[in-house]
Design a protein around this ligand. Structure first.
Ligand code: SF4
Length: 111
């Protein structure tokens, strides 16, 4: 499931540079994808674009936004469940030039 930012966000901006997929945007700022700009998904707080969120699968064993958020408001979206395979496929689409090793990092494999 993609990660989401709740309305508890205090707009500190700590998460945005940590995302390996540039899936995080400031409230009111359009997001970029497929070569086009799209309307912001939130007006007042930072938001995560589900189409770009891989829960950091392929790059890290924990969602990097959740790791740095000072108020713990980056949480799994229960309405958007995705498997590790689906998330890795998304990562491959976003990073076509990146070679993912067979033992790629993933929160699903975290011990
Ligand atoms: Fe909001 Fe947390 Fe991101 Fe800060 S780190 S902008 S509080 S979601």
């Amino acid at each position: 499931m993609s990660t989401m930012i709740t309305t508890e966000c205090i707009n500190c901006g700590a998460c945005e540079p940590e995302c390996p997929n540039t899936a995080i945007y400031e409230g009111g700022v359009p997001w970029n994808g497929d070569g086009a700009a799209h309307p912001a998904l939130a007006a007042d707080v930072y938001y995560i674009v589900p189409e770009k969120c891989t829960e950091c699968v392929g790059f890290f064993d924990q969602e990097q936004c959740a790791a740095v958020c000072p108020v713990d408001c980056c949480v799994p979206n229960p309405d958007d469940p995705e498997t590790e395979d689906q998330l890795l496929a998304k990562a491959r689409r976003i990073h076509p030039d990146h070679a993912f090793a067979t033992d790629f990092p993933s929160r699903f494999r975290k011990k």
